[in-house]
Ligand binder design. Structure first.
Ligand code: B12
Ligand code: SF4
Length: 623
């Protein structure tokens, strides 16, 4: 059966193959030459980031939970011509790129439910941008698989419905279907070209001239290659910015990262920080088209302003960052700002930067955490940060530069000190953990549990989001295999997953009924479905998670690991262990510098340049 896809103006349409057929009307103008779209679940602009992350993780049977919490999540806004008022940034950049060679009358970006209004006899290309079409990426498949009988998260169900609609178009023979975006590889890897009716998957950026050449080929009716890799711009000026509204007001801030974690795909892109003037233009374009929110897309916000300067990129450029974010949140019309990704070491490197950014960013944060935040309006900042593992052995193997400028040997100290600074300033990050890495031993998991328990013991807080290792295409770990199914998870790995979720729910469980509802709900789910699905190793961790048996007793029975307190380094000790030539980059106003070493508050070079020469590939990481 086809999924339920619900969009627009309070109408809820059950998309069945018959319904698709009966709804089709030929567009009066013969349709657009190039039609761009993205799955509904990636295009919606509701309720902040959380809803999309949930759609990427929950199985279909849990859709009712989202429907209850966000009854209007399917509703989308359109411009007068029926095109999408907002689209993911990837679609918008592709649109901008195409408009360099095609007229605006030939290109349209629309929601999947509106495809039939724009696909007609004139259409030659339907281009889909997708983030996560099949849900086979980390923290997506795993939760659908833990919670449901199918491995398919809702996002994948909706993406498939969209592909099915395109495939069944009466004009299908006239056009080519081209897919791109950060999730295109999922189609190549699962070889679902024919099933989904896709002609070509493009790996790489739409700015590339090869992408434009591909569209010309498609329009000429030529056969397209199944897969094509196109280049990534290597200079700041070659990156295009959308001048229309993007989902969540996403505007690119940087590409690449530079820390070189072995499992990471975005790090394979050149390390570029984009010019402030162009970021601001894109922010203002969003506002002009009705957006009130903005979010700068980045792998690590803290490298911005420090790429290819005289200072290594892992010493943040405080003045540049504060200036950029101030201007963004103070742009007339911007009411909300949400952070995307960053790393934890900069919190230890420059706590004063975090304090200043908090002053700037908290007033416009839509996130409220009443039990955690000390802000007068209980506002909080929740960027995504990779914690990944508490095991130094494993960290050295998969992400040796993650803690730079500090040594990865100090990873647990970096995490704890960074989180301390973060929490003090009302930053409560979402921290991802990878479970089931290739070669992960029980001892590695114990060390991660130690770190997680230590976070709790010190009264610190982060939303800990464990996911199962997923080998991403082209990464340095592409060909490695870890755990592939939840039934393979060992008891300790389950304890880690469920322990993290137990911690995450703490701030929400202060009502008298919260814990009770949780216990009963978890027990019911376990009896009904999860017992069979996840196997016997899941039982005790679930009991512990649900609080059905006291944790101490479960531990005494030997069914769970107790955890041991960690002795870690303070900020001062971490700084004392830095390579001597790094000390020059630290800021004196943060304190903790070694005896006899003093720096002016502005650092070695005073405020650094904000806009500078074009950046190219990074080679700045120091082994
Ligand atoms: C912002 C963001 C989000 C936001 C908003 C997403 C949105 N719908 O707008 C939120 C927080 C909701 C989110 C959620 C998730 N995200 Co996300 N997200 C990002 C982030 C930081 C930026 C994306 C972006 O807009 N970039 C800017 C645009 C311009 O780049 P782009 O989309 O890649 O588009 C370029 C090319 O891909 C290409 N292109 C794009 N489309 C097309 C189409 C065609 C036809 C062609 C030819 C080319 C082309 O051209 C564009 C530029 O020219 C990226 C990391 C990154 N730096 O890319 C992660 C990233 C894309 N997310 C990722 C993941 C895993 C997720 C989640 C699954 C996480 C989770 N478990 O919840 C969910 C999935 C959500 C969903 N609905 O399915 C991974 C994807 C990994 C993968 N697919 O293999 C990334 C790469 C992060 C990472 N470090 O690994 N995400
Ligand atoms: S720090 Fe994050 S973005 Fe950077 S390389 Fe590592 S995983 Fe990738």
């Amino acid at each position: 059966m086809q999924p339920t896809a619900k969009t627009g103006n309070n109408q809820r349409n059950r998309i069945t193959e018959n319904a698709i057929g009966s709804e089709r009307h030929a567009p009066a103008d013969g349709g657009k030459l190039i039609v761009l779209t993205a799955p509904l679940t990636e295009a919606i602009d509701h309720a902040g980031y959380f809803i999309q992350m949930a759609l990427a993780s929950l199985p279909q049977w849990m859709e009712f939970v989202l429907d209850m919490k966000y009854p209007k999540w399917h509703e989308v806004e359109r411009d007068e011509d029926g095109s999408a008022r907002y689209m993911p940034a990837g679609v918008r950049v592709l649109e901008k790129s195409l408009l360099r060679e095609f007229g605006s009358e030939d290109v349209v970006a629309c929601f999947p439910d509106d495809l039939d209004r724009f696909i007609g006899p004139n259409t030659r290309v339907v281009a889909v941008s997708t983030h996560n079409p099949l849900g086979v990426t980390f923290a997506a498949g795993v939760y659908a698989s833990i919670l449901g009988s199918s491995k398919m998260p809702l996002n994948s169900i909706y993406a498939r419905a969209m592909f099915s609609r395109i495939k069944l178009s009466p004009y299908r023979k006239n056009f080519r279907v081209v897919v791109g975006g950060s999730g295109g590889w999922q189609i190549t890897q699962t070889n679902t070209f024919d099933e989904l009716g896709i002609d070509c998957v493009v790996e790489g950026r739409s700015e590339s001239l090869d992408t434009l050449a591909l569209f010309h080929k498609a329009i000429a009716g030529e056969t397209l290659p199944r897969e094509i890799t196109v280049g990534h711009p290597t200079t700041r000026d070659a990156i295009l910015f959308p001048d229309r509204r993007t989902t969540f007001g996403v505007v690119e801030m940087t590409t690449g990262c530079g820390r070189r974690c072995n499992f990471c795909a975005p790090d394979l892109n050149p390390q570029i920080d984009l010019p402030k003037a162009r970021i601001m233009e894109a922010v203002r374009a969003n506002v002009r088209h009705g957006n009130k929110q903005v979010s700068l897309a980045t792998e690590d916000m803290f490298i911005w302003g420090q790429v290819h300067t005289d200072t290594p990129f892992f010493f943040p450029n405080r003045e540049a960052l504060v200036d950029l974010y101030s201007e963004i949140v103070n742009t007339p019309g911007i009411e909300q700002h949400v952070l995307s990704h960053c790393t934890i070491a900069p919190f230890v490197v420059d706590p004063e930067l975090i304090r200043q950014l908090s002053d700037v960013l908290l007033p416009k944060s839509p996130i409220h955490l009443p039990r955690l935040s000390t802000h007068p309006q209980k506002k909080a900042l929740c960027p995504l940060i990779g914690l990944e593992t508490g095991s130094v052995r494993m960290a050295k193997q998969i992400m040796p530069s993650k803690g730079m400028p500090f040594s990865i040997d100090d990873w647990p100290s970096i995490v704890l000190e960074g989180l301390r600074v973060a929490n003090q300033n009302n930053w409560f990050p979402m921290m991802t953990l990878m479970v089931g890495n290739p070669g992960e031993t029980d001892q590695d998991v114990r060390e991660t549990l130690d770190l997680v328990y230590e976070i709790e013991r010190r009264g610190l807080f982060a939303f800990l989001v464990p996911s199962i290792f997923t080998p991403l295409h082209d990464t340095r770990m592409e060909h490695q295999t870890g755990v592939t199914h939840t039934r393979q998870l060992r008891p300790l790995q389950w304890q880690l997953i469920m322990g993290c979720w137990k911690m995450n729910l703490r701030p929400g469980q202060y009502s008298w009924w919260g814990p009770m509802a949780w216990r009963v709900g978890s027990l019911f789910l376990w009896l009904y479905r999860l017992r069979k699905l996840n196997g016997p190793n899941f039982t005790w961790p679930l009991m512990m998670f649900a609080g059905l048996a006291p944790e101490k007793i479960i531990q005494r029975m030997g069914k769970a690991y107790v955890g041991k307190p960690l002795v870690t380094k303070s900020r001062r000790e971490l700084i004392a262990s830095l390579r001597p030539n790094y000390l020059q980059y630290l800021r004196g106003d943060n304190g903790d510098l070694p005896e006899g070493f003093s720096r002016p508050a502005l650092g070695p070079a005073g405020p650094r340049k904000i806009d500078f020469e074009p950046a190219t590939l990074s080679s700045e990481i120091v082994p």
